[in-house]
Design a protein around this ligand. Sequence first.
Ligand code: SF4
Ligand code: SF4
Length: 342
Amino acid sequence: MTWSRLYRDPKGTLWEAVNTRGVRLTFYLLLTAAMFPSSRFILLCVLLVTLGVMWTRDFRRYGSPKVFYLAAVLALLVVGYGVARVNVVETDEARLTKRPWGDGISQVTDGTYVGRGQGFRGPIEVRVEVKNHRIVGIEMLKYPDLISVRDNEVAVYKKELLEKGRLERPEQPGMYRGAPETLTGYANAVESALSKGIPDFPRYNVFSEVYLSSVIGTAPGRVTLNALAILFAAFIVFEYTLQSMLTPGTGRSINCYNCASCVGACPVKEVEGVQMPMGLVLLTRLGDYERVMELSKYCVGCGRCAAKCPIGNSGPLVISAAFQAARKRKQQERLEAREDTA
Ligand code: SF4
Ligand code: SF4
């Protein structure tokens, strides 16, 4: 796809993009990354590896540089992750003696500080005021968990902190989903605000800060990983149905009950281990058009299968769809090869 082509024929280019599995996969993973910020790093790696695998076929045929770009980005991502993690671990160890929990509040100079912590649904942001080495005010600036978690526990915890004037661990209620994460996120936000008031508090370097906020986030929990696995499985199922619907000429072959009525009616029945024409329907749905074209010579075009199929599939119809789809695929590959060499 080129920008000039997008300008000349936006509708056609968009349709072609929707018709491309790599584009659909990218869209799906970006959408999932937006829904699960803590999984961004994993999703980005999955996307790069999957696109790399998909484009390796192009690479063998045309030596496309896309695979090299992907490999380079993936390598940078992984090396960047390693460097950032090392800095984060070292800095966290140095922080242990300086954290503002409990009596550590005595290290915090008076002032107002803003801090962030990861809640159940996203980052919680607070502004904390310190006077005479005591917490005297906490203001909630961002609170995405409000939509799913009752406010009560946070209000009680805040009151407790203000009464004691220092940061204590929250008691973890297990009454409803998300409450422990919200309270921990709130406490971490207050901690991160207070740590800004400790003059020599060890800080992450700029690279780690950027990497943490843009790519790594927090490590995804079990629930998130399970949700991702379910979403991905749903995508794969959807994708295999959608692919057949989007490829012109295969529209009538997307459904098959595997009832084998057509096989019973067909005079050929089975060739080269493929039941006729049910096997052709399956091969077309899987996108193995070349195999359907090879086997098409056995179909005598009698039309008996069409009379038996409850949804109107027939050998000739499926074969014609496979020919059309194969031709379109070849055109597409030629076009991409031309664009790659341009
Ligand atoms: S049209 Fe082809 S696939 Fe259908 S019954 Fe006749 S020979 Fe078999
Ligand atoms: S008769 Fe139709 S639905 Fe049944 S197996 Fe053959 S193609 Fe599929």
